[in-house]
Ligand binder design. Structure first.
Ligand code: CA
Length: 230
């Protein structure tokens, strides 16, 4: 799954430049020209990050950010606000809307991409290409390979995504519904029992090295990756 970014920007020129640069770097880009259409797109499919212009026709970027943060389902989406001037940026920051970062126009594509990566690394580490390690497991998203005690693991694509998600969010319990959201994407009609099937396969792949015990069932809650083998 590539990382999806929703660009909310009314100026066609800037919209194009953003779209072009983000697509070139492998992002899946959605575009909205105003707040209302941005919110209706968000209700349809959740992106991994929103690039949100402050000055929009009609509903302001600030109002869009506020509505995102007040929506139970949308509130965790990382937001980077685009502002035209440094003073606007100060103002927006002063309002403390819970934006994850602010970029002042004009900005270079290089700066934009660096900011996006930094926000994703902080907010959604499973979406970056950084290799991760935990309790003798190592996973490299770039080469799409995973190892347990140095031995290559044979994982299907879903098991790979699950393991990546767990390794970037260790020691936290996730319900089946949350895992579906995180590893299967939105609006995918998969029964929650399907999760159990993939967890079983993942454990099967980790069994030889004894790492299957890291994937713990938490009764009545879901699953957790423990970082200690005991
Ligand atoms: Ca604008």
């Amino acid at each position: 799954m590539s990382t999806a970014i929703l660009v909310v920007e009314d100026e066609p020129g800037i919209q194009e430049v953003l779209k072009f640069n983000l697509a070139q770097h492998g992002y899946e880009v959605g575009v909205a020209s105003d707040g209302e259409s941005a919110l209706s797109l968000l209700r349809g499919a959740m992106p991994d990050l929103v690039l949100l212009d402050w000055m929009l026709p009609g509903m302001s970027g600030i109002e869009v950010a506020r509505r995102i943060r007040n929506d139970a389902r949308l509130k965790a989406i990382p937001i980077i606000m685009l502002t035209a001037r440094a003073e606007e940026r100060d103002k927006v920051q002063g309002l403390d809307l819970g934006a994850d970062d602010y970029i002042t126009k004009p900005f270079s594509p290089h700066e934009l991409l660096a900011r996006i990566k930094a926000v994703l690394r902080r907010r959604a580490p499973e979406l970056t290409d950084d290799p991760v390690e935990a309790a003798g497991l190592r996973l490299d998203p770039v080469s799409h390979r995973a190892f347990a005690s140095g031995k290559a693991l044979d994982l299907g694509p879903t098991e790979f995504r699950l393991l990546h998600f767990f390794m970037t969010h260790p020691e936290r319990v996730y319900s089946r519904a949350q895992l579906l959201d995180q590893c299967w994407g939105d609006h995918v009609f998969v029964e929650e029992r399907t999760i159990d099937v993939h967890i079983r396969r993942l454990r099967g792949a980790l069994e030889t090295s004894g790492h299957d015990r890291l994937i713990q069932t938490v009764r009545g809650a879901g699953y957790r990756l423990s970082t200690t083998l005991n």
